[in-house]
Ligand binder design. Structure first.
Ligand SMILES: Cc1cc2nc3c(=O)[nH]c(=O)nc-3n(C[C@H](O)[C@H](O)[C@H](O)COP(=O)(O)O)c2cc1C
Length: 471
């Protein structure tokens, strides 16, 4: 399968939903849905009454209807819940997943891909963060049931993925080794045996291509070495200017600017000549969202670019529309500031748009009651009494310390799950939003006729390729 020159990057939480991925695919790019936090997205949309009936349509195509019915019965609310009402909580991801959560995860990933692929034959990919390990097996399987063509994954070293995709495509069960903090070498294996779980004959599944997202040529080499006996179909190389999470700076001592943002240097330079030697196609992401950026990537030996911010601000993205217009306006006027924060509980730098009323502001964040109810960014660890449990450095400090955590690890950490969900209009009442974007939004001046203008994913595709996509 020859993949397009332009990959629309996966953008969680819900920023690259099926509408955006589908629009990009129909315009000649590789559309990517974000599978990050997919269970909450489905559960909340069903509780909003599923306006338009799209997710109900997708669920009616799920191959195991009794499971789709369970999910529907549990979460669907005709007409939607009142806007001031909190969403029903869903079980938290832990090493022993209740069946209800497995079913929701399978259906959510299936629905996103199914809707993105509806009515055309162009490839669609799905994106995950390696750091959020516990849902992976069920997420992959759900996406594969809908015929996902590509899986992309960064924020960690996703060396286990290729063989899992192989196993599922062969109708076999698969394991995922979940790392345990503080016990190097120790891990817990999660297992998913689809035949046993569904207790029915499985439909034939295609093995999607796998494109790990890497920040260095050396990581690409390691992944390829570890993939012996299976396949990796290419790489996405993400530079530190990209939106979302970034790799931390390499080399010591670490340097920071006056605002405490990490500074990148020579040690972070990717050696594209070394990467070329691996003989696999690669795409480069990070402030390359222009036809000049595409030309630059091609000159470095890439087959194309992965662009995020330009699509995040397009009409079809999931970003809540009032804030999207505001961000576009600020960006058009040159007044947008993007912070490379250290707030993410993952420990990776995370880009945040400085925006009044969001948790990018200290006062807004301090006023938020510290709670952890979604728990995607948890880290499993072994307690002194031997029991394995998990914690998130953005959860209430008392809880974190009670679990044996060090208060120092909670300092400056901010909850992302709730704020990101709120940024796509799916958050709980009173949860402030948080927005992420890459460093460069210079494309706005080219795509917008004035500060209040808008643009579509198709406009973005034409701008990126000078109208030559698919050639
Ligand atoms: C709003 C937003 C959310 C993102 N979320 C993710 C994510 O969940 N997973 C991921 O691998 N990359 C994520 N990214 C990175 C993009 O996939 C892409 O690689 C990056 O945006 C490219 O740089 P650019 O924004 O300068 O075009 C995100 C980027 C944006 C703008």
């Amino acid at each position: 399968m020859k993949l397009p020159q332009i990959i629309q990057g996966g953008m969680g939480v819900g920023v690259s939903g099926y509408l955006l991925a589908r629009a990009v695919a129909l315009s000649g790019g590789l559309g990517t849905v974000s599978g990050v936090v997919a269970p909450h997205i489905l559960a909340h949309i069903l509780q909003q009454g599923d306006p338009g009936g799209h997710y109900r349509r997708a669920l009616s195509a799920f191959p195991f209807q009794s499971i789709a019915h369970n999910v529907f019965a549990k979460y669907f609310v005709e007409g939607g819940i009142p806007s001031e009402t909190a969403y029903r909580t869903i079980p938290v991801f832990s090493l022993r997943l209740p069946r209800e959560l497995v079913e929701l995860t399978l259906c959510a990933n299936f629905a996103l891909v199914w809707l993105a692929k509806e009515g055309h034959n162009y490839p669609i990919s799905i994106n995950y963060l390696e750091k959020i390990q516990i849902p992976h097996l069920y997420s992959f399987f759900g996406a594969m049931l809908a015929g996902v063509n590509v899986v992309t994954m960064g924020a960690g070293i996703p060396f286990q993925v290729p063989s899992i995709l192989d196993a599922f495509a062969q109708g076999q069960s698969a394991n995922y080794r979940v790392a345990i903090e503080g016990s190097p070498g120790e891990a817990v294996f999660m297992e998913f045996d689809p035949e046993k779980f569904f207790d029915e004959k499985l439909p034939p599944l295609k093995r999607p291509a796998f494109l790990p997202i890497v920040s260095s040529d050396s990581l690409a080499k390691i992944l390829l070495k570890k993939a012996k006996g299976t396949t990796i179909e290419g790489f996405v190389v993400e530079l530190p200017t990209a939106g979302g999470h970034n790799a931390g700076p390499r080399g010591t001592p670490k340097r920071f600017n006056d605002q405490g943002e990490p500074l990148y240097g020579e040690a972070d330079r990717v050696d594209f000549e070394e990467l070329k030697k691996l003989g696999l196609p690669f795409w480069i992401g990070g402030s390359l969202g222009s036809s000049e950026g595409l030309a630059e990537a091609l000159s470095l030996g890439a087959v194309g670019i992965q662009a995020g911010s330009i699509f995040a601000l397009a009409d079809e993205s999931g970003l809540e529309s009032k804030q999207k217009s505001h961000i576009r306006r600020q960006g058009y006027l040159g007044d947008l500031r993007v912070i490379t924060s250290q707030w993410s509980p993952t420990g990776f730098p995370f880009k945040v748009v400085a925006l009044p009323g969001t948790t990018s502001e200290d006062a807004v964040y301090q006023a938020r009651k510290r709670i952890c109810s979604m728990s995607y960014l948890i880290t499993p660890f072994r307690r002194p009494d031997g029991i394995i449990t998990s914690r998130c450095s953005a959860e209430p400090e008392k809880k974190f310390i009670h679990k044996g955590g060090d208060i120092k690890d909670t300092l400056g950490k901010r909850c992302l799950c709730q704020g990101l969900l709120a940024s796509v209009g799916l958050g709980n009442p009173d949860e402030p939003q948080i927005f992420t974007l890459g460093d460069d939004v210079s494309f706005l001046r080219k795509l917008m006729a004035d500060k209040n203008a808008a643009y579509t994913a198709a406009d973005a595709m034409i701008y990126l390729t000078r109208g030559k996509q698919g050639e």
